[in-house]
Design a binder for this molecule. Sequence first.
Ligand SMILES: *[C@@H]1O[C@H](CO)[C@@H](O)[C@H](O)[C@H]1NC(C)=O
Ligand SMILES: *[C@@H]1O[C@H](CO)[C@@H](O)[C@H](O)[C@H]1NC(C)=O
Ligand SMILES: *[C@@H]1O[C@H](CO)[C@@H](O)[C@H](O)[C@H]1NC(C)=O
Ligand SMILES: *[C@@H]1O[C@H](CO)[C@@H](O)[C@H](O)[C@H]1NC(C)=O
Length: 451
Amino acid sequence: MTPYFKTALVLLIACSQLAEGFLIAGDACSFDNKCTCSINRIDCSYRYLTAVSDFSSYHKQADYIGLNFNFITSVPANAFVTLFSASSRRILIRLDNNRINSVDVDAFKGIPTNVSVDIYLNNNNLQTIPSALEKIGGLSSLYVQNNPLTNIDVLSIVGPSLSVFSVSLSKFRSWPTQLQNLTRVVHLTLDQIPFKNIDSNALKSVDSLTSLTISNSKLEQVPDAICLMKDMQLFYFNGNKNLNQTKQLLVPCSGYAMNYVSFVDLSDNDLVTFPNVFDVFPSVKRLQLIDNDIHYIDADMLPHSTMVERLYMAGNRLKRIPGEITKLSGLRQLYLSHNDISTIEECDMAGLRFLELLDLNNNPIEYVSKSALKDAHILNRVELGGTNLRTIPEAFSSLAKISYLNVTGSPIECDCSLKSLRSVLPLDVQGTCASSSQTINDFIASSLSVC
Ligand SMILES: *[C@@H]1O[C@H](CO)[C@@H](O)[C@H](O)[C@H]1NC(C)=O
Ligand SMILES: *[C@@H]1O[C@H](CO)[C@@H](O)[C@H](O)[C@H]1NC(C)=O
Ligand SMILES: *[C@@H]1O[C@H](CO)[C@@H](O)[C@H](O)[C@H]1NC(C)=O
Ligand SMILES: *[C@@H]1O[C@H](CO)[C@@H](O)[C@H](O)[C@H]1NC(C)=O
């Protein structure tokens, strides 16, 4: 490279970094050189601030005000009043991850009444949802989870305007009925419900939602209060470690099934058996049961279904691929990494004709029957990393559509036992040979033809 060319290159890199810095991060703000300002945007996050910056000398409109991840304890009156104008569009104010325990009743003064406003106040020290929010006409999203709240009375005023609401209820002694004012909410998160069960009508009038999250609760089972949410499509139930597993996880809704629900996440609940998901959500397409303790599947729990396309069961205690899974004949993606599976027998995946992806990473697999995948005609991605396999089983090397195989961390011997791979080339095999540092891809390219 000539010196001239090198200089030009260095300049080019320097300039492109400058340009990037200018466009994305913005310049230091006139009111506080620790914050960055760009068009319609003020970012003071992660600046060790102990108070809300003084924006009063800054008269430019901001649609994004980021004060998150600081040490702010209170929000004063008129904190943002100079930052709005009649042409403000959607406004987002991030005050989350601070130590806020008080918010002045006029803190949000100046916000035009006809714009949508999203406010993040999660991870603070609030005991009550600030009444300052009552003065925001268009409050649309409100995040207040991870605060020691004992009072959410403000919802009886702002509830009907919210489409997104997220709250932790750990300090409540009885059910906060103000949740019933969330009559237009679309995404609702109820974290840390401190009760073993809740009333069937606890979420009466909260019937427009499409996505519900219940996390870290003390509930013994999924409450039948969800049955009233007839438009629900996504259901998340995670980190609930107080389940009574002698009861069914879900209480069937009387007289009907929740047919719009297509996504169900039941990860991280310490479940020991496969739950009765299909009693309540017969149309689920994607089912996540990651990081539980499931070791077997009761045949009654799984109906024959062609609806389920993706099943995630990584991080459980399965010793075999449960035969019941073959009832899910529409399955396209099956995730079983981090279990205790050591053998795969002939019928374990029989009839799974639509399977495209199979993830078996990090299982102590030693043996795979030759005909284990005889029906998987379109299987093309296989994860077999971190197993005990010493060769690539014929069951995989005879898959007509296979294009990617990961055996990273499996002790594969690179010898002529791999010659069956010739019929499925080109194939990308990720991993290295056990007895040399050669990649398996290199071995295939250089040595397989002489076998
Ligand atoms: C809000 O109302 C003001 C004044 O009536 C108007 O100028 C502005 O365009 C409106 N903004 C939006 C987003 O509708
Ligand atoms: C909130 O709910 C209560 C009880 O259902 C009701 O009386 C009140 O009118 C609701 N508030 C609003 C603003 O809709
Ligand atoms: C769990 O539920 C069963 C059946 O309803 C009940 O007999 C048992 O006492 C419950 N266990 C706990 C710990 O609450
Ligand atoms: C391949 O397998 C290794 C070992 O299990 C794993 O760490 C890696 O993430 C896998 N690669 C992909 C792309 O999944």
